[in-house]
Design a protein around this ligand. Sequence first.
Ligand code: ADP
Ligand code: ZN
Length: 721
Amino acid sequence: MTRARVLVLNSALGPLDYRVPRGMEVEPGSIVVAPLGPRQLVGVVWEPERMPSDAEVGDNRLRNLIAVYDLPPLRDPLRRLIEWTANYYLAPPAAVVRMALPSSSALEGAKMITEYRLTAFRPERLTPQRAQALDRIGERQGLIRELALIADVSDSVIRGLVKAGAIEPVEVSTDTPYDTPDPDHAPPDLSAIQTAAADALVDAVTARAFEPFLLDGVTGSGKTEVYFEAIAEVVRQGRQALVLLPEIALTEPFLKRFAARFGHAPVAWHSDLRQSQRRRAWRAIASGEAKVVVGARSALFLPYADLGLIVVDEAHETSFKQEEGVHYHARDVAVMRGHFESCPVVLASATPAIETRQQVEIGRYRELKLAARFGAATMPEIEPIDLIQDPPERGRWLAPKLVASVTETLERGEQALLFLNRRGYAPLTLCRTCGHRFQCPNCTAWMVEHRLVRRLACHHCGHVMQPPANCPECQDEDSLVACGPGVERIADEVKALFPDARTAIVTSDTMWSPAKAAEFVGRMEAGEIDIVVGTQLVTKGYHFPNLTLVGVVDADLGLEGGDLRAAERTFQQIMQVAGRAGRGEKPGHVFIQTHNPSAPVMEALVSGDAVSFYEAETEARRHAGAPPFGRYAGIIISAEDQKLALETANLIGRTAPRVEGMHVYGPAPAPLAMLRGRHRFRLLVHARRALDVQDVIRDWLGKLEWSAKVRVAVDVDPYSF
Ligand code: ADP
Ligand code: ZN
């Protein structure tokens, strides 16, 4: 090949052609360095016939490729996946390719990297910044830049500490081989039902063909143990397995559990990796040396050498839907990757999405069912607390019945979990005198009070401010009041009610790294925590046998807003959190505090009749032509200038093509009408299932032009509509 078509990363341009200089060898998938203007960028070579270019350049005007990396080319199945993702989600192919590659520094990076870590030496007098750095770095190590980020200080503070001798350099090899998991290290004795499910998966792995499974079992039924058997088979064959988890906080406990079963931990991939770890992991994945990889959704696009199995654990989780950059759903892309790689895909869930159930219904996915909890553990009983009949005391949030149950739980020496999916102390602060509300200047959102760190924060853009003493509007003193509870406020109530109990708050504010999660798990297991107050971060995956009581502080929270998925999401979330109770030999009990005990979703939770609930929800979807029976796509138009955004939205709305079976709603203000200082409008496209709505949208938007200040993003299969 003397001419090569290249998808250049970090460029808004489509594929570009280059000359391959004499002596350089490239093939489709090769990772290269290409010139673009004055810059040198990483790119990937593609078959020209599969990647049309709109800028055909004559041979004599081509620029030379600069270099080709000594790395395995991206394999055909991955390139097909990248094409599919770009097509389906209407994303630039280069943006999708970027997800397959680490940063260029991690591509090039030397085999030895100098990292830094704390020494035993503490200078006598420390500035607050230095003290903060030493405190936050703790056991962690990394590049100067990485430590500065962890510590939230500037690079120079870290450098100063190096000079002072409190931080020292260490040479880290990024080539150290990984230990291969041992499939026969500590296999469990599976029950008959578990064995049947595991056998089906092992057979599928052996068949080396695409087959999607729904592994459907209540929490604690042994889904993990079952798919571990399939992983064991993959490892025996010397191939690779990928496990996707919805939350990086779950990685650490997973690594431990995996190591107990297989003797060695798998390779982790998530956003919290250091550059040295990233380089090491990426190369081992591409060479095939990394046999088992566990990661967040970003692990889905890595260049596995020989993928034999994909598992999506807690497959119903909404965090698999990426809402920025390339808008994609990792659960659905995982199935496509299995298709291109010709390997089985296992979606594991206790509360599968309606879309997934429907795939089983129409015979596309095979269902494997684990109906009961493993061993002596039974499903917890779920009891409603009617907040109208049995309200908490004034100014409190926990009803007397729940308080009494926590008391009994503590008396038995067991642990309790109070769940409220709201970070901070209070979701809204207002002035009692003039009604002023603290709103984010950049977003359509209230500023959330975080009392522990004495700040008001926007959860959408990160804007923070100090809570003022007086109302900024009417200057009244002592007139500001916190409205509604967040976990910090519940924790205050708990401390007042149970002064002797040891309480922990678990949210992304307190558990922001895998190491923090590991610390929490350790303290729970050692019995050093009596009451956990947490957000959805504690609802997934954890296994604490001594945790027997779960209280859902506000079961109605997810029903607000009333979008089509609200009831389903509430059902999933409460089943998940309920699933934390009574996982050992002691039975669990769950209370759900609600104003609507007769809402169908509350009745379904209490009766445990998931089947009827799902049937009713599915019927409602069918009736509305909503997914999976019809399709939606959102077109989000945003700009700093509201008028410009609206004009563009109107232009796009006006030019909507008339297509049989398709309807366009809007433009209307998007669910977050302002986000990070940009005004947002949304058009919602609703189409029947069979319509190629991507094609229609590509054609439609392709004919239009708008100001460079306007951003237009398409969200295919949006989560909320
Ligand atoms: P799930 O993934 O369905 O929530 P897990 O796989 O986490 O369930 O199993 C719940 C608990 O039961 C775990 O502690 C697990 O180790 C244990 N368990 C499940 N099956 C077995 C088995 N066959 N032998 C021993 N322990 C098991
Ligand atoms: Zn904001």
